[in-house]
Design a protein around this ligand. Structure first.
Ligand SMILES: Nc1ncnc2c1ncn2[C@@H]1O[C@H](COP(=O)(O)OP(=O)(O)OP(=O)(O)O)[C@@H](O)[C@H]1O
Ligand SMILES: [Mg+2]
Length: 373
């Protein structure tokens, strides 16, 4: 029997827990072509939510064309443009027609066709010299606008914070905004996790994307949704798990969806040939920490001594009162300004987040520090 849990990659369908309200909200934004900034800490389920909503649009045969553009790893305007191009087959799956459409609106460029291994659809890329990028972007955005007059489009730009790291980010953001503002039938979903970059892009008055999208912070999934969903998935895997155990798992894993899936994946495996005991949960958690040991050790070694002390300071004081003289002395840190500096650099590395108090974002890194250093 197949393990019913899925911890890697984007999840949809049976592997996707609830988020009914978020699915409806996102669809409302899409229908009204209202741009939206979807953000949260890492691994909260942004990409999965977008894909689930896109799946709903397809399954309900809504008259909306969908483009999902993953900007992870892009380092330049050119990469950005090419990633959008790869998705154009979602507007027109007939390659001849798509080529005709492209040639009619971009006569300066020639195109190559390849098969996208992920979708088996033909993907088209332009042959482009860097000097042509501005024109290519203009043509591309005009093509999208033209298409959207016939059919609404939703374009998800996932990992959008990457754009802020491009060498000419400021001018690229300005260009993008000037096109986006003139596309009343296109909904852009800007999605990402590096909050300091995204907030700077959308909330600083001097940036092009200032107030260009409705802000939508993605909340955690509530335990009341996790519990029946997990119970069902275990049943699908022919296991009956006590509700109280499931509650403990959700609580122990801080309602973090990726770790809950991973934990249940191992639990399901464990219970194939062993009975439940008082040690079962502990054993699986230990196994998960062990599996991450090397990764965390490398991460830990890459930190400065003061960053390490600051992480311990956070753990010792549950993320609060980090600047009090007594706490600084206990953590063996000389001055409060060291802490200020380290909190900033650790936030930029996305190791810690501030949510009323400071927390180490990765739950298992937190557990590993407790055990190992
Ligand atoms: N609604 C959900 N139901 C069940 N599991 C989920 C759900 N959303 C996310 N997950 C789990 O969390 C993992 C991470 O989800 P996803 O990649 O969608 O998050 P993300 O916020 O886009 O992450 P990142 O910040 O790294 O881009 C998935 O692989 C899956 O195991
Ligand atoms: Mg994602």
């Amino acid at each position: 029997m197949k393990n019913p849990f899925s911890y890697s990659n984007i999840v949809t369908g049976d592997n996707f827990c609830n988020r009914q309200k978020e699915q409806e909200d996102l669809l409302d934004f899409i229908r009204s072509s209202q741009n939206v900034l979807l953000y949260s800490h890492r691994r909260t389920g942004k990409s999965s939510l977008i894909q689930q909503v896109f799946l709903n649009i397809e399954q309900q045969s809504l008259e909306i064309a969908i483009l999902y553009v993953d900007l992870y790893g892009t380092t330049s305007e050119k990469d950005f443009i090419l990633r959008v191009f790869q998705q154009l087959n979602r507007l027109e799956s007939n390659t001849d027609k798509l080529l005709k459409l492209l040639k009619s609106s971009m006569d300066r460029f020639s195109f190559q066709i390849s098969i996208d291994p992920a979708t088996n659809l033909p993907a088209i890329s332009p042959t482009v010299k860097s000097s042509d990028e501005t024109v290519l972007l203009k043509n591309l955005m005009e093509l999208l606008e033209k298409f959207s007059r016939k059919r609404q489009i939703v374009i998800a730009l996932d990992e959008f914070q990457e754009v802020a790291k491009y060498a000419n980010a400021a001018s690229f953001e300005k260009q993008l905004r000037s096109y986006i503002q003139h596309q009343p039938n296109i909904c852009y979903i800007f999605s990402g996790s590096q909050q300091h970059l995204l907030t700077a892009m959308f909330q600083s008055q001097d940036r092009a994307f200032y107030q260009q999208a409705a802000s939508y912070p993605l909340p955690a999934i509530k335990s009341k949704h996790f519990i029946p969903w997990l119970t069902d998935l275990f049943k699908k895997g022919a296991l009956d798990i006590d509700q109280s155990h499931i509650e403990t798992i959700v609580q122990r894993l801080d309602s973090q969806p990726m770790y809950i899936q991973l934990f249940c994946f191992y639990l399901w495996q464990e219970l194939q040939n062993k009975a439940w005991t008082d040690q079962t949960l502990e054993k699986i958690e230990r196994h998960m920490i062990d599996q991450k040991h090397l990764e965390y050790q490398i991460l830990w070694d890459s930190l400065s001594i003061n960053q390490k002390k600051t992480l311990k300071l956070i753990l010792l004081n549950a993320g609060k009162n980090l600047f009090s003289a007594g706490n600084l002395t206990d953590a063996n840190i000389k001055t409060a300004s060291i802490v200020t500096r380290c909190l900033k650099s650790l936030s930029e590395k996305e190791i810690i987040v501030k949510n009323g108090k400071y927390i180490i974002q990765d739950l298992f890194f937190r557990k590993w520090i407790h055990l190992s250093v």
